[in-house]
Design a protein around this ligand. Structure first.
Ligand SMILES: [Zn+2]
Length: 334
């Protein structure tokens, strides 16, 4: 299996924009609380969504409104209870509508340009690696729901990704019946060569169900590009539930490399490529330890308070090389 490393300049701490604002976190927490109080919502208890280990054998990760566990076998972090998928989709659709389309502003769009270019390069490089004389090119790509979480994405593809045909499937109240029927119908009607699931795997109640629908309805040999948070990342390892990236409603599943690989193989996928291309672990941790003066973690608090930019960059490269960054990418073949 191929495990590429992505080395580039680290962004300046002051330019990082991915830390969720306090308002965003509170809105998400309130929505989750409302759902818990709603007696008509159907909550399911579950085992580890990665390796399937029973919950009784894992430790608590957080006792926030919904308890989260960290699997002692594969290291995946997951909500012990999840609402049914249809309910979750209705809630997400409402939150997106309330948030408005603020991200389409030019400033927000250009702020995320790096991420968009990185996704397009990922697909291009994988295509180049997997292409054979028998085919393997990816002229049609189906984006499932990243366009809803990130409204500036389709515009970026229009500008930068002209060499292929993209189809966007937003989170849609009408289409979402809770069992990924919209995706099933689309795959049957217009089979693509590749499917992109960017940040979606973290947010669904039934990640195995989503992968099953793709494998059952896409032609054999279809490539599935999956980008998710990574529980093996240094940020989660050091800060745990205090990690600025941990917003429970957006992170019902935080897979580990081992957990997601186990799930994918279990469902019949062949993983072709794994990487953890995150760029921000080191700078996020440095900001955390410099902003919170009384935070004291042996070794790390001193390391981050004293580290200069070169030292942070060296650490980030090490994290990428050792599959320990907070973002991971898989390329799976159906
Ligand atoms: Zn597990």
């Amino acid at each position: 299996m191929y495990t590429p490393v992505f080395i580039d300049d680290l962004p300046d701490v002051s330019s990082i924009s991915n830390r969720k604002s306090e308002l965003y976190r509170l809105t998400r927490a309130r929505a989750l609380a409302d759902l818990l109080l709603d007696e008509t919502a159907n909550w399911q208890e579950r085992a580890c969504p990665g390796c399937g280990q029973d919950r009784s054998q894992s430790g608590n990760f957080s006792q926030a409104m919904v308890p989260f566990h960290r699997c002692s076998h594969c290291n995946t972090i997951y909500a012990a209870r999840v609402p049914d998928q249809a309910r979750l989709e209705a809630l997400r659709t409402r939150l997106l509508a309330e948030a408005g389309n603020t991200e389409t502003s030019a400033a927000a769009g250009s702020r995320r340009e790096f991420e968009f270019v990185s996704i397009l390069n990922w697909i291009r490089l994988t295509e180049a690696r997997t292409a054979t004389s028998a085919g393997g090119l990816l002229p049609h790509v189906l984006d499932y729901r990243f366009c809803s979480e990130s409204p500036a994405w389709p515009g970026a593809v229009e500008r930068l990704g002209k060499n292929r045909d993209w189809r966007f499937m937003p989170l849609d109240a009408k289409a979402a019946a809770g069992n990924f029927a919209d995706l099933r119908d689309q795959l049957q009607a217009n089979p693509p060569e590749a499917v992109l699931l960017n940040t979606e795997m973290d947010r669904v109640a039934d990640p195995a169900g989503l992968l099953r629908v793709i494998r059952a309805n896409a032609p054999r040999g279809t490539l599935v590009f999956v980008a998710t948070s990574c529980a093996d990342g240094l940020e989660y390892e050091i800060l745990g539930a205090d990690s600025p990236s941990f917003v429970p409603l957006d992170r019902l599943n935080i897979f580990s490399v081992k957990g997601f690989e186990t799930l994918a193989r279990e469902l019949g996928y062949e993983p072709l490529e794994i990487s953890t291309p995150g760029r921000l672990d080191a700078v996020i941790l440095q900001r955390y330890f410099t902003e919170i003066e009384n935070a004291d973690v042996p070794f790390w608090s001193g390391f981050f308070r004293e580290a200069d930019k070169d030292r942070l960059r060296d650490l980030q490269i090490l994290l990428q090389r050792s599959l320990r960054s907070g973002v991971m990418r898989f390329v799976l073949k159906t």
